[in-house]
Design a protein around this ligand. Structure first.
Ligand code: PBG
Length: 328
């Protein structure tokens, strides 16, 4: 007696046309945010060895990249600064310089590409000589004095034309402090994308090379970034940020935390983003370069995984490559 499976999952998988027909999610250029590193170097592009294909860009380089993003249909870029060590101090004074690298970069990009969304990180770590996201009192990363600096820095960034400020520091109460400050200064339309669930991750290494904080960083960030072992805590973190006025949420890192993304999307139905961080990018690049994986296939598969998990968009160093692939 032969047995015939009544249900054959393979039927719909048998043809390209039927696979397309039953496909549940599709990669779209509209869901990309391109992460770019700015510097005040004289050279247009300075490659970052631990992020193959990524360079620190001076203003000319950055404007070129922004134009490319716009050309490809990428809705927004996110700018991260490499600050010259001579501008760093314990109080992150340079983060309040209206003529500093990031405000200049935002003005330049906005002048060249007014229709391109510009997102800027709000955090002190690029500006502190100890590499932490807050000011220190003794050995403690001091929450409340940090809030004032973050709020002031957010105003400067909004003034320079940033559309979205993205606090990535994980201080308590910062979304509320930033929202209040922006509203008081009549920047009621500036959006806040909160790095709401940001984990104390080993995946940030190449980024710290790129912005030059790795050597500087004293200790680790476990007293403010989340414990990678925790899931429910992300719900509480995010709920606070929503109540304080966040317009969009972000989970960081990305692929190792897809469970958190799905939880948040199901719980809050907010615009939800993932940051495919530097270490995730570097791993795919390294394995691809060795011929151990097909880099392009894995790049597209991981982008698809974010969408399947419930992301509305992804911040990624791959954005240009993905956009090109989608266009081809
Ligand atoms: C911190 C910040 C980090 C990243 C962006 N902003 C992490 C950190 O150094 O703790 C990481 C981005 C990446 O790895 O691509 N304000």
């Amino acid at each position: 007696m032969s047995h015939f499976p009544t249900v054959r999952m393979r039927r719909t998988r048998a043809h390209d046309w039927s696979r397309r027909l039953v496909r549940e999610t599709r990669p779209a250029v509209d869901d990309l945010i391109w992460t770019l590193v700015a510097s005040d170097s004289k050279t247009e592009r300075t490659p970052v060895p631990s992020l193959p294909g990524v360079s620190r860009l001076n203003l000319d380089g950055l404007v070129k990249a922004a134009k490319e993003a716009e050309e490809l249909g990428i809705p927004a870029i996110a700018i991260f600064p490499h600050i010259d060590p001579s501008h760093k101090d314990a109080q992150a004074t340079e983060s309040l310089n209206e003529g500093g690298l990031v405000p200049e970069a935002v003005r330049a990009v906005k002048a060249a590409c007014p229709g391109l969304g510009v997102i800027v990180d709000v955090a002190l770590d690029p500006y502190t000589d100890h590499g932490h996201d807050g000011v220190m009192t003794g050995d403690i990363i001091d929450n409340d004095p940090t809030l004032n600096i973050l709020a002031e820095s957010a105003i400067i960034l909004a003034k320079s034309g940033a559309d979205i400020v993205a606090p990535s520091d994980m201080m308590d109460g910062r979304v509320g402090a930033i929202r209040d400050a922006l509203d008081e200064e009549k920047f009621g339309d500036t959006m806040i994308m909160s790095y709401a669930a940001k984990y104390a991750s080993g995946f940030y290494g190449p980024y710290r090379d790129a912005i030059g904080t790795k050597a500087a960083l004293r200790g680790d960030k476990r007293t403010y970034q989340m414990d990678p072992a925790n899931r429910s805590e992300a719900i509480r973190e995010v709920e606070l940020d929503i109540n304080e006025g966040a317009d969009m949420l972000m989970v960081k890192p990305g692929l190792p935390y897809l469970d958190i993304i799905r939880d948040l999307k199901n719980t809050f139905a907010m615009p939800t983003f993932a940051f495919q961080v530097s270490g995730e990018y570097a791993m795919i690049k390294a394995a691809g370069a060795n011929g151990w994986i097909d880099e392009d296939a894995v790049m597209m598969e991981s982008f698809g995984a974010f969408r399947r998990a419930g992301c509305d968009g992804v911040l990624t160093y791959f954005a240009r490559d993905i956009a090109r692939k989608l266009r081809a």
